[in-house]
Design a binder for this molecule. Structure first.
Ligand code: COA
Ligand code: AMP
Length: 278
């Protein structure tokens, strides 16, 4: 933990009522203006019209900023979406999520986890044993916010990911989000795939398994996506977890290991050896 003179800069863009783009950074004072411009450029870059682009700049004042090391990252090869989901289930079970809870999460995300049937605006919080939903608002969900890569770690992770052919901004940002979430009090693991119909990759993440990426966790063209944060219900203080995810600032100042794609069985034997060495 450290006191800082840092700013949280958050961008969100909408077409009509529909949220279409969002991103955030944590930067020092001298980089505020440049970062604001970069985020606005990003919001309008795709050449799509935006009815609204909102950028919020907030001083973190003397708030404590937690410094974290990123989760290790691996991509697992799977022939199709069904195989990928079944491997993702095994990874989640190793992390401590029950098979039942995984099935419930996959079913909710596949059909649209919001009460109204669409995608949620944030993540579900789910009991890792039963799959019960624990988030306060089942339409909105919970959004992790106020996290970023530190300058050096950010440069390093971009290079490492690019060397693996992972140049999409989502991978870098999702790894940052998953690193923050995995360190949340009471969090067991996370499951995510995007609601962007053109983006089929998804991941499972936990402190135990690292960030395990799947190139195809849904079919191309599918606009349903979402996130589940699995928690230890017995150990959970929900308000403490919500404050951590939504409000407390996290900078990722060290990268983890980033490995080339691997066959699932190789990964499972590696992780088994790690568990036995615990
Ligand atoms: N989906 C739908 N609506 C969203 C949204 C999302 N992902 N994010 C924001 N909105 C809309 C909602 O209407 C929201 O109101 P609500 O709180 O009732 O849901 C409203 O914008 C205000 O959201 P808020 O979070 O207060 O705005 P913000 O400006 O503080 O932060 C983001 C906006 C998008 C930067 C932040 O919420 C976020 O998601 N940060 C993480 C971004 C990231 O790196 N994601 C990784 C993707 S791989
Ligand atoms: P995305 O990866 O941005 O396509 O988001 C996938 C899903 O994750 C969305 O449909 C939301 O349900 C959820 N989500 C979006 N932003 C966040 C966030 N900041 N924290 C947690 N969940 C989010």
């Amino acid at each position: 933990m450290a006191h800082t003179d840092l700013y949280s800069i958050r961008m969100r863009a909408a077409i009509g009522e529909r949220h279409v783009s969002g991103a955030e950074r944590i930067v020092s004072k001298e980089n505020v203006e440049r970062t604001m411009n970069e985020l606005v450029e990003r919001a309008v870059r795709k050449g799509c019209p935006r009815d609204q682009v909102i950028v919020t700049v907030e001083s973190l004042g003397d708030a404590l900023v937690q410094r974290l090391t990123a989760l290790d990252m691996i991509t697992l090869a799977a022939p199709d979406m069904h195989a990928a989901r079944s491997i993702a289930k095994r990874v989640l079970q190793i992390a401590g999520v029950s098979g039942q809870a995984v099935e419930v999460a996959i079913a909710h995300i596949s059909k649209g986890a919001a009460l109204s049937g669409g995608n949620m605006r944030g993540a579900m919080i789910m009991d890792a044993k039963s799959g019960d939903r624990l988030e306060p608002d089942r339409e909105r969900g919970v959004r992790a916010s106020r996290f970023d890569w530190g300058d050096e770690a950010g440069e390093e992770i971009s290079l490492r990911l690019a060397a693996l052919g992972l140049t999409h901004f989502r991978t870098r940002e999702a790894l940052a989000l998953a690193t923050k979430a995995a360190h949340g009090p009471g969090i067991v693991a996370e499951l995510c795939w995007s609601d962007d119909p053109d983006y089929t990759a998804g991941y499972v993440a936990s402190l135990h398994t690292g960030y395990v990426r799947f190139p195809f966790l849904k079919q191309l063209g599918d606009a349903k996506g979402g996130r589940a944060f699995f928690v230890h219900r017995d150990l959970l203080d929900r308000d403490v977890l919500l404050r951590y995810l939504q409000q407390e600032a996290v900078l990722i100042t060290k990268i983890g290991e980033c490995r080339a794609a691997m066959m699932p069985e190789t990964y499972f034997s590696l992780i088994k050896n790690v568990c036995e060495g615990d």
